[in-house]
Design a binder for this molecule. Sequence first.
Ligand SMILES: CC(C)(COP(=O)(O)OP(=O)(O)OC[C@H]1O[C@@H](n2cnc3c(N)ncnc32)[C@H](O)[C@@H]1OP(=O)(O)O)[C@@H](O)C(=O)NCCC(=O)NCCS
Length: 191
Amino acid sequence: MLGIRRLKIEEKSAILTLGRQIFREDDEIPLLRKALSQCVPELSFVATSSCDNTIVGFVLVCKEATKYYYDFMRKIPNCYELAFLGISPQAQGNGLGTQLLKHALSAIFKDSTDFTCWLLVDTINIGAIRLYEKLGFRRWYETTPCITPCPGYIMGISTRKYKELYINTTDFTTDLHTHVLDLITNPVLVC
Ligand SMILES: CC(C)(COP(=O)(O)OP(=O)(O)OC[C@H]1O[C@@H](n2cnc3c(N)ncnc32)[C@H](O)[C@@H]1OP(=O)(O)O)[C@@H](O)C(=O)NCCC(=O)NCCS
């Protein structure tokens, strides 16, 4: 059984250890350290195994960006960075990435009903891009080597799209119910 719950501050070193199995040491791990130091715990979540409480995935959300790739990003009001989303290689493909991302977006929407959330993803990371697009993110910019070491997309979602996908659906009651449950149930069992 796996569960999703809010990040606890004392779990940061366990997340860094897991992150080292998932992300590149040279350019991503320094950013992961930064994200861990400035992420907002109320907006960041972990996926844990219920047998031994091991962390198998995490999503980190920051209000102050880990890095500003373009000047315009400093000027976006109510801006959030989805700084890291990572699932242990053994736990990938079970819907955890989707669940963590939905929890983060739901928490962001609770924090600000007029938000923009962005992220950076490598252009070759097809799986992650598919996941982000499925949950409503759109490609804003393709970065060049002077901006990021690997070609990447800056992707984003704002309130309008979030509401369209998660709030203003025909199945409004179920969606809102899920949204509220996401926020009050701790932990939430996902499989
Ligand atoms: C990307 C990542 C977070 C996805 O998490 P996950 O739990 O494996 O993903 P899910 O099981 O929730 O899959 C959701 C959707 O993502 C897409 N997807 C995920 N992995 C994929 C892959 N290897 N190939 C193609 N599509 C993939 C699919 O559209 C999938 O939906 P579907 O199963 O209905 O087709 C995870 O694989 C991971 O941690 N990868 C390494 C780190 C990373 O790339 N992080 C993102 C950096 S920006």
